[in-house]
Design a binder for this molecule. Structure first.
Ligand code: 7RM
Length: 659
């Protein structure tokens, strides 16, 4: 988006609908008064200190914040333990017998843990790690399915001060090896397998492959028996069964006293250069950020059942299945498998059966649900739900409205939450009891977070913004916040360059943003997803929204491909809804629809109807590969795709259609 200036940003999203919180929701909400924004802005450090005080500290901090870009430290001198805050303090009090985790496996098996039971299980797992020589500072690599033991292992690591590095169970042996070695992990914890769409993902086999390729730092592999077919190929001396090691341990394991800035975890995220970045999070600041955002964004109450559908292999699972809700003493619902197994109503059956009150999921899932049809949610009882959340990518207004109407029955506030692995916690979001929402807008920075929109020259457009004006450019965060990453493991230079060099002294997340006439933020996608068509900035997301608004379209991915005259031309890849046929008339109609919705400048040059789109394992469309397809290049790196065959088939079909 090199030419992103106020003048060239078009007013593309004419979303006029606004949904104030219902009086009933506002009356009971944790935050019902917008004054909280100004209070926090007056003294953000004091505001965050207020939240930090809601954690249990073994020793208080003496300095709240020390910041010299790109390095931040929070709550210096303070000592605490994350697991103590998520488990022990609840197990020792009134929440002792309250359910902490409800878990359902894909085959339908259910297990629950009270806070007291969780404390025992976590302590046994922690003692098991200690018995293998793992202690403070030793990295534990976790490669597990979404079973309760995954959360237990994370909390066990935090209990003894061993940073965990959870690798999503969908990653390949090579990716696992790369991450294990980058972090010099001493142990890998895995399972014989995990269930996904009725099939077993052979996790232990993949660990074996990674070990064969070479993981010199790994001394032991702990294997959980999830599948129960006894097929794991155990290597004597190296591999040990969970059931031989953990249950015999004592349920008494003191929490290690950690400095506020001691490492809590490492989580790898993909970078534009290909090599994954080991994003690091420390203890005091991270816990403060997830405690505060969980409580206010999800309006957490004592009786809530929080269902976040992410996998713990992603930051959303770290912050909003494990650390945030549990720090608040909230019951979480964890699900192992796919949303369409045994049928496309699985999430709604889970909500119905376990009476989930909060659902936090991703736009890519919401669009799939829309495509599958209303009959699936409509046949389930969703009356327990009181709040809906969205995360992971911009949500198009059509999907937002469908979510609000069909799942929320117009009764539940929808919170569209913008944040990143690097930010640790939610950054831009409505507060459901006080912020009027607009479909497609993440609304406002969370209290205590200071964001701005800059132009190409780094001028702060928000500083001069006046009500009624629209501005667009690059999103930055211009003040430190507690849960911000402390860097990239082993690579401070890359950290400084990637996030802090584009606009010196400010954190640049890589996203473009618009501020509308009401001062609301609209996240426009990654800046490399902004097209420059004949001098006009057009976000791929805005064109996608327009396409998905058409009744024949289930999902769309838009890219800018190089064009001789216009700089870039718009190419759209479209999946049709069931019952619609790909015809030249429909293609013309779709082009006209976009032109009608946004303006002629946004009329796609090409529309290619496809059966599938290339997606990462976390469901993000890889537009880079679509650009390769549209520009007739050899495909770039496809190793992070859920299914590399999809994009190859797409390329073959695209090329045969063209000629
Ligand atoms: C939580 C998570 C981060 C990137 C981020 C954005 C995009 C995430 C939204 C969003 C628009 C949202 N972490 N993103 N949430 N874009 N609206 N509500 O997804 O590290 O995996 O990804 O995801 O581009 O930079 S992440």
């Amino acid at each position: 988006m090199s030419n992103a200036t106020t003048e060239t940003i078009e007013t593309l999203l004419q979303e006029a609908r606004s949904f104030p919180p219902s009086p009933a929701f506002a009356a009971q909400a944790n935050v019902g008064d917008p004054a909280i924004y100004d209070e926090a802005a007056k003294d953000p450090i004091a505001w965050w200190e207020g939240w930090a005080k809601q954690l249990d500290w073994f020793e208080p901090w003496h300095t709240a914040c020390e910041f010299k870009a790109p390095n931040a430290k929070w709550f210096l001198g303070g000592k605490l333990n994350a697991t103590y805050n998520c488990v022990d303090r609840h197990a020792a009090g009134a929440r002792k017998n309250k359910t902490a985790i409800i878990w359902e496996g894909e085959p339908g098996d259910v297990r629950t843990y009270t806070f007291a039971e969780l404390k025992d299980e976590v302590s046994r797992a922690a003692n098991a790690l200690k018995s293998l020589g793992i202690g403070k500072g030793d990295v534990v690599c976790v490669y597990m399915p979404m079973v309760p033991e995954l959360a237990i292992v994370m909390l066990a690591c935090a209990r003894i001060g061993a940073p965990h590095s959870v690798v999503f169970g969908g990653f390949s042996a090579e990716s696992l090896q790369e991450r294990t070695n980058d972090a010099s992990a001493k142990v890998i914890i895995t399972a014989d397998g995990g269930w996904r769409r009725g099939k077993v993902i052979p996790l232990k086999q993949i660990v074996d492959d990674a070990m064969t390729m070479g993981c010199p730092s790994v001394e032991k592999v702990i294997v959980l028996d999830r599948i129960g077919d006894g097929k794991a190929n155990m290597q004597p001396g190296r591999d040990v069964w969970w059931h031989d090691l953990v249950p015999k341990q004592s349920a008494d394991c003191p929490c290690e006293t950690m400095e506020s800035e001691d490492l809590l975890y490492i989580l790898y995220t993909s970078g534009s250069t290909g090599k994954p970045k080991g994003i690091i999070h420390t203890t005091g600041g991270y816990m403060t950020g997830v405690l505060a955002t969980s409580k206010l964004v999800f309006d957490l109450k004592e009786n809530d059942i929080h269902f976040c559908t992410a996998d713990c292999g992603w930051v959303t699972g770290h912050s909003y299945i494990v650390y945030g809700p549990l720090a608040n003493g909230t019951t979480v619902l964890m699900y192992e498998g796919a949303p369409d197994t045994p049928d496309k109503d699985r999430f709604w059956r889970l909500v119905e059966k376990h009476r989930a009150t909060i659902l936090y999921t991703a736009p890519t899932a919401i669009r799939a649900f829309m495509k599958w049809g209303d009959e699936y949610p409509d046949r389930c009882d969703l009356s327990s739900l009181r709040l809906l959340g969205s995360v992971g990518e911009p949500i198009n207004p059509e999907a937002w409205i469908w979510y609000q109407q069909t799942i929320g029955k117009g009764r539940c506030p929808v919170v569209d939450t913008w944040w990143q692995t690097e930010t640790g916690a939610i950054m831009i979001t409505p507060l459901p009891g006080t912020t009027a929402t607009k479909p497609g807008s993440a609304t406002r920075p969370f209290p205590g977070i200071s964001a701005a929109v800059l132009n190409d020259e780094g001028q702060d457009l928000t500083a001069a913004w006046q009500p009624g004006q629209e501005i667009g450019g690059y999103l930055v965060i211009d003040k430190p916040w507690p849960s911000m990453t402390r860097g990239i493991l082993n690579d401070p230079e890359r950290f400084a360059k990637t996030y802090w060099s584009r606009f010196p002294g400010k954190y640049f997340p890589g996203d473009g943003a618009k501020m509308d006439a009401d001062g609301y933020y609209w996240l426009l996608g990654r800046v490399d997803d902004i097209m420059l068509v004949a001098g006009h900035n057009i976000s791929t997301m805005e064109v996608e929204s327009a396409l998905v608004d058409h009744p024949a379209v289930a999902e769309a991915a838009v890219i800018g491909r190089t064009h001789e005259l216009k700089g870039q031309a718009i190419a759209a890849f479209v999946i049709l809804r069931a019952g619609h046929e790909s015809t030249p008339t429909l293609v013309d109609e779709l082009k006209g629809h976009v032109a009608h919705k946004i303006g002629a400048l946004a009329r796609p040059d090409d529309i290619f109807i496809s059966a599938e789109l290339p997606k990462t394992r976390s469901g993000k469309i890889m537009r880079r590969l679509l650009r390769d397809v549209a520009e007739g290049r050899a495909l770039g790196d496809t190793t992070t795709l859920a299914d590399p065959a999809v994009v190859q088939a797409l390329k073959d079909k695209y090329e045969s259609t063209e000629s």
